[in-house]
Design a protein around this ligand. Structure first.
Ligand code: IMP
Ligand code: MG
Length: 188
């Protein structure tokens, strides 16, 4: 295992089984609706790649890049769209796919932004949910795992752009970020 990882929170096998279940639920709910799946980069890239392959109805996919963290592991409360979707969402069923719902500031901003485009519906699928950290009034429609308030990496999630390629979700050793300096804008 990687040296900076304290412990595995969710194994590759546990994640795969959960993603399969989420895909089944989404397939049933969106049958015949051809939803637009919007992956919020970069954190959701591994999750969305697995998720779409477990969905058995027609879908389209697009990507957005938003930045929300001013520094380190605490949300700045400010959200900026760096890259928008390239298609009209009018009358479309939109499913936003995120890696983790933490304070909820990113997703509540994003949901409001997309709702203003006159879609048929907007729902949220998140692999991880940290409900104890919520600041914004937002609830996900599909959740993989509720997790405690610990900073996790792997399966797309990063710390300072590292660890996204780990196949499991693990807890980072606190000393890895304790001494890190603040300041850089971080993409999701
Ligand atoms: P929110 O706006 O506070 O809900 O933050 C959402 C974004 O923060 C996620 O898309 C992640 O990029 C990042 N984030 C929040 N918690 C964690 C974590 O434990 N590990 C890695 N990234 C996280
Ligand atoms: Mg993210």
């Amino acid at each position: 295992m990687h040296n900076d990882i304290l412990k595995v929170m969710l194994s590759e096998e546990e994640i795969a089984e959960k993603v399969r279940q989420l895909g089944e639920a989404i397939t049933a709910d969106y049958e015949g609706k051809q939803p637009v799946i919007i992956s919020v980069l970069k954190g959701s890239v591994v999750f969305v790649a697995d998720l779409i392959r477990s969905i058995e109805t027609d879908i389209e996919i697009d990507f957005m890049v938003v930045s929300s963290y001013a520094a380190g592991t605490v949300s700045s409360g400010q959200v900026q769209v760096i890259k928008d979707v390239g298609m009209s969402l009018k009358d479309r069923h939109v499913l936003i796919v995120e890696d983790i719902l933490d304070s909820g500031i990113t997703l509540s901003y994003l949901k409001e932004l997309l709702m203003a485009r006159d879609p048929a519906s907007v729902r949220i699928a998140t692999l991880l949910d940290k409900p104890s950290r919520r600041k914004a009034d937002i609830e996900p429609d599909y959740v993989g795992f509720e997790i405690p308030d610990e900073f996790v990496v792997g399966y797309g999630l990063d710390y300072a752009e590292k660890y996204r390629n780990l196949p499991f979700i693990g807890v980072l050793k606190p000393e890895v970020y304790e001494n890190a300096g603040d300041g850089a804008v971080k993409e999701c």
